[in-house]
Design a protein around this ligand. Structure first.
Ligand code: ADP
Length: 642
């Protein structure tokens, strides 16, 4: 369902062109939401950053945006649009529905050498390209590689990348990235060559793919650093001699002895079963102009092809760029190169025209589209004049059947599905988030007023529903909600002292007993609340679990009763010091560190699987260290005895 708008002034530009849905991830700097581009109907990822919270990290975002504008490659996530408001920055990106490579690895424990090779070739391809453009990524890790709809990898998060002025051969100084993946020369504070440091991280990544854990790991940073600078790690028995050799060649402490990316392109391990070097040149070169997309935009804009081409070629990363690139993406997927212009009139309370003031109100969506009708823009920050023209006039009608002038549909199918991983892909339910149909005059009211299916269901917003992020169990009756609010607040306070120790598994038994006592009484209270809610009562409060297909971020249980599984999880979370908000069968979980800071956020959702017909638990990391998350979720699920 489209998320209710709480954005600041200036966000009109975003809501004018996109519908915004659930949060699908978050990192150190940003929250990422799923969105849909209205004109093309394409899904996008919208990275949202709060300027105030960014503070002195704001340059990092500028670096990321600049880098992404300069990169266009089949294994690099594509930037579509940048919108800046007084307080926020929205970055609209290619959407990767397959989630993080990290989750894929942990779901499978580890990958076979064959599957690793498929992914590793794509990583080498991306990095060879990124380096060829003069950039070092400097934060390579499986959380920063996303899986697209064709099961291919896309590199994200260029916030820490560097483009040395004198070229990639020039030395860098800044120590950055994630410690476990950082090269020895980097953590020693020496100057280093960006591409060499990236190869080390690729070695760590390769190890993680083949083994399912890290080569250098420790809860204590100093110990971790020592392990990295020594460069000693154990090769598990399942690694082939070829894999052992390749890892050894990449994880060389002395950077000059490390393999280079160029050497990786046709390394014997990389070539095995392919017999061809990695193809690293971009298949989607920057600045490429596709005539079919230009024709469609020209028709819709009522402009000449020449002026449309000129407009697109400005590459402003505004709505024109986004529309062109999304049309191109559609074409590559073999979909019709079509824009949808039939968008509903939207009420604008600030509009000067009495005619428009009488129009239908979209309660859950922003009132900002009136410029289409009276050309009055409201607080727009990033709308160049061309953008206003792009929207067209209210009376714009197509003068002749579009089909007569459109290019042949479905031409130029350039997309390359990852055939090697097709079996895995078939298992995935790409569309976990059910999206409303693209708005049409008839459906717009419905689609913006209430949710359809998805993680939240209409009944959850009923009586007693809570939206306060601190309040768990939004779907319980008020009195129960208040009781549980107290429980969560107490958890949060206890976390201040014990969580990090607990996660490291080093809390002494005295502390454990003391905490156990407090939790014991809280749990008993919680158990009581849960058992008080008989299944029939609960049925009135939530809709029932979603039915989904098996996919790799879903843990199968042997159970068939979703309520039982849900109750088990609910009783385990307090034991693990995990606070949560409940919406039906979906639990938004989080742990807290010192000073109450949220250290990790993830979602667990109890669902029904279609084949086999058992209960599953869908999990998604939203924030926090991926490996700590892995251990915690494993811990929770194994404690559930399901
Ligand atoms: P930050 O810059 O704050 O570290 P990231 O760019 O790493 O944020 O994004 C945070 C998370 O959001 C990612 O780890 C991923 O789970 C999700 N995410 C980011 N970009 C996309 C995308 N294009 N498609 C799908 N999910 C994404």
């Amino acid at each position: 369902m489209p998320v209710e708008r709480t954005e600041p002034q200036g966000a009109e530009e975003l809501y004018r062109h996109y519908e915004v849905y659930e949060t699908i991830g978050s990192g150190g700097f940003a929250k990422v939401k799923l969105g849909r581009h209205l004109l093309t109907g394409e899904k996008v990822a919208i990275k949202i950053m709060n300027k105030k919270e960014l503070g002195e990290d704001l340059p990092r975002v500028q670096v990321e945006i600049e880098a992404m504008k300069n990169l266009s490659h089949q294994h690099v996530c594509r930037l579509y649009q940048v919108i800046e408001t007084t307080s926020k920055i929205f970055i609209v990106l290619e959407y990767c529905p397959g989630g993080e490579l990290f989750d894929y690895i942990i779901a499978k424990d580890r990958l076979s050498e064959e599957e690793t090779r498929v992914f590793f070739r794509q990583i080498v391809s991306a990095l060879a390209y990124v380096h060829s453009q003069g950039y070092a990524h400097r934060d390579l890790k499986p959380e920063n590689l996303l899986i697209d709809a064709d099961h291919n990898l896309k590199l994200i998060d260029f916030g820490l990348c560097a483009k040395p002025k004198g070229g990639l051969g020039y030395e860098l100084m800044t120590c950055c990235g994630s410690p476990a993946y950082a090269a020895p020369e980097l953590i020693q504070g020496k100057t280093y060559i960006g591409s060499e440091a990236d190869v080390w991280s690729m070695g760590v990544l390769l190890f993680a793919l083949l083994c399912g854990y890290l080569p250098f790991d420790d809860d204590n940073c100093m110990v971790l650093y020592r392990k990295i600078t020594r460069g000693k790690y154990d090769n598990p028995h399942w690694l082939s001699p070829g894999s052992v050799l390749l890892l050894n060649q990449m994880l060389q402490v002395e950077p000059k002895r490390r393999l280079t990316v160029r050497q990786l392109l046709d390394h014997p391990w990389v070539l095995k079963e392919y017999n061809s070097p990695v193809e690293w040149h971009s298949k989607q070169p920057l600045g490429y102009i596709d005539e079919d997309c230009i024709t469609e935009m020209a028709v819709s804009l009522k402009r000449s092809r020449e002026s449309t081409t000129r407009l697109v070629k400005e590459w402003r990363y505004d709505h024109t760029t986004a529309t062109y690139l999304l049309l191109l993406a559609k074409k590559r997927r073999g979909r019709p190169v079509r824009l949808r212009l039939e968008q509903p009139p939207v009420y604008d309370p600030y509009c000067c025209s009495p005619l428009h003031q009488g129009m239908q109100v979209r309660t859950a969506s922003p009132p900002m589209l009136c410029s289409r009708y009276c050309n009055r823009s409201i607080g727009m920050q990033f709308s160049p004049p061309a953008e206003k023209r792009w929207l067209g006039s209210p009376t714009a009608q197509r003068k002749q059947p579009i089909t007569a002038r459109r290019p042949q549909e479905g031409r130029g199918r350039e997309r390359e599905p990852n055939k090697e991983n097709m079996a895995a892909q078939q298992q995935r339910d790409v569309d976990i988030f059910m999206l409303p149909a693209p708005p049409t005059p008839a459906s717009s009211k419905k689609s913006t007023r209430g949710p359809r299916t998805g993680l939240t269901t209409p009944t959850h917003k009923g009586k007693g529903a809570r939206t306060d992020p601190l309040t768990p169990h939004g779907n319980f009756e008020p009195v129960i909600g208040d009781f549980l609010l107290g429980v969560t607040c107490m958890w949060s306070r206890i976390h201040l002292r014990s969580r990090s120790l607990d996660l490291a598994g080093t809390r002494d038994s005295g502390q454990r007993k003391k905490a156990g006592k407090v939790f014991g009484s809280l749990e008993r209270g919680l158990d009581k609340v849960i058992t008080m809610l008989t299944p029939s009562k609960r049925r009135g409060l939530r809709d029932g679990p979603r039915k989904i297909k098996a996919q790799y971020n879903v843990t199968l249980t042997s159970q068939t009763n979703a309520d039982q599984v849900l109750n088990q999880i609910l009783s385990i979370l307090p034991e693990k010091n995990v606070g949560f908000n409940q919406k039906g069968y979906s639990l938004k979980c989080r742990t807290h560190g010192d000073y109450g800071k949220v250290t990790m956020a993830f979602e667990l959702e109890v669902c029904l699987l279609l084949r086999p017909e058992v209960v599953g638990i869908r999990r998604q990391r939203l924030k926090g260290d991926a490996w700590v998350y892995k251990h915690l979720v494993e811990d929770i699920l194994s404690a559930c005895r399901i």
